[in-house]
Design a protein around this ligand. Sequence first.
Ligand SMILES: [Mg+2]
Length: 203
Amino acid sequence: MVFVFDLDDTICDTDMFSEFYIRKFFVDNNLPYKQIAQNVRFAEAKFDWTKETALEWYKTYGDKMMLHFPSKKNAINVINNLHKNGHRIVIATARSTDWHTEPKAVTLEWLEREKVAYDKIYIGRIDKEKICEEENADFFLDDDLKITQRVGEYFAGKTGKHSLLFTTDYNKNLPAPSGVERILDFDDFSKKIEKYAIKDMKL
Ligand SMILES: [Mg+2]
């Protein structure tokens, strides 16, 4: 089986961990703290920031904090176990130089340090349904509603293909797109793929 995993807010905890660096940015730049929305995904929507301010924040701390993102509970165990059992592990992250400085170097360093076993990685702005097509993916896991929807549409009508939405703070109260199944955490993911694997996985 081929598994395609997103990285930020799927394998690692990005948004919650970034809060520390958001506070640091407020203090370092003497900005007034004004939160304008809860449960939104990007800093410029959460605070009364322009995109330029958010970009300045990300360019200052992005690479540094990416190196310290904690992995989601059991994420690496589950992925490494799949890999050990002969499944193909593909990581697909949209990290790119528009927001990050050294996305490739930092991402590879993190994956090596966390001892994530994977076969291939795509880094940059590549449509994930294209990656799923290229890799002949069976399972796709991502926290982004639109991306899981697009992959779900690409999988529609194909047997044994699953687009899965990984639950995070910002998407937890939003309905999963049609054709996309919500996953609560990696324990839930493990149970769901076991259910499919009984007939699908011929190892
Ligand atoms: Mg993500």
